[in-house]
Design a protein around this ligand. Sequence first.
Ligand code: SF4
Ligand code: SF4
Length: 441
Amino acid sequence: MPLKPSKYNFFYRTGSGGAVLFNSSSGAALAMDRPATGAVVALLQQPERFDLDGSNFLRVRELLASRAFLVPEDLDETDVVRKRHKARQAENRGLALTVAVTKACNFRCVYCYQDHPEDQMNKATAETLLRFAAARLSQGTALYVTWFGGEPLLNMDIIEFLGARLRELCQARNCAYDAFMITNGYRLTPPMLERLLRLGISDFQITLDGDQKDHDRQRPLANGHGTYGIVMRNLVAAAAKASSINVRINLTRRNVDGAAALVERLRELQKAAPAVSISLGRVDQCSAHCGLGPDDLLEGAEFSHWEETLLGPNAAGEPAALPIPFDTVCVAERLNTYVVGPGGDLYKCWNSLGRPEDLIGTLDGSVCEETSAWMRFEASDDDQCGTCKYLPVCQGGCPDTQIRSDRQTKDCTKLRYTLKRRLIDWAGTKAERAKPERRFC
Ligand code: SF4
Ligand code: SF4
């Protein structure tokens, strides 16, 4: 079978005549010294001239083909990526529920995209949600619950009611139960944490936006008072008991200095509490409720620069790691995943809460999941993404960004700015592959 070089190959010189080769579709990488680089370059240029220099070339050619650096001449590689995406979308690995138990929030963050009516999930809706989950959770699979809001801890009674029963359902069906909470941390006091741990909720995301000055400016209480002191105190106490706490710092041009001070503080905390991790979120768009202007928002390359500056060259905290190809970006693109509003309204995407145009059904009515824009989203349909070498390690980024902007705006992977450096670092250390990073919207 005649071979051609893969369109998803990335090749970078590493110095001393060596090089690194990476394929974004297979995730394979090769670190090469000077002689190997010569052979590989010759084969990538002329895969069919392997006979020129003897059997060594044959072995190298086989190696390149086995790792998809060389692929059959008639292979449509974009179609392979597309088929993997479709297959992953249709796979049922369990039921994923993002449950917004309330839309209310005690904070008024300047960039928040939600409005905050006092809607709370009540017991009747929670019971309907239990029946909905029971109808969709297959024996021996898994239930993934993200407790969400508004601020979920403003409706703890319903979390306790639902959380206990969802766990019982999992036990009865021999299903794994994975619970995660996104909270602003203000009410995550030690007694509250104990109640959550009893419910099996021990993984959290808490947002802090810098030192006290920056955080209090970006994330004040509804009455305008600061929140940093209480959130930090709760975080320090929770860090010793939770399984994981991801501290997310939402970055804008207004808080990069405060973010640096916070990272320093958190690095100290991590020494005693390895459960704490740090991630940066890019505030990239504002709704009608947003108090920031376009001049406050970081461009993709700028954000990537600050991420590397603040968190170091390997932002995920891993040693030099290879990127891993993946088939879908987030739960919104997968079957049997739902965002549940406090009134029992159903959506696919976390950003859709409160957008009637995004409704896909209700807990006690019909559900049109498969025809939603998120399930139909296919990054490779777009001219730019379809011809992009990063497609298998990006998948078009956040689908909501493209859907909302009619493909005019893209949430391009930060690998566009960091891949070369990461691969060269990897070639230096030959580190093992990192785990995929969890996406926090
Ligand atoms: S979103 Fe950007 S980086 Fe990602 S596949 Fe599309 S064009 Fe490429
Ligand atoms: S905001 Fe984007 S990444 Fe998050 S759930 Fe919606 S589509 Fe997915």
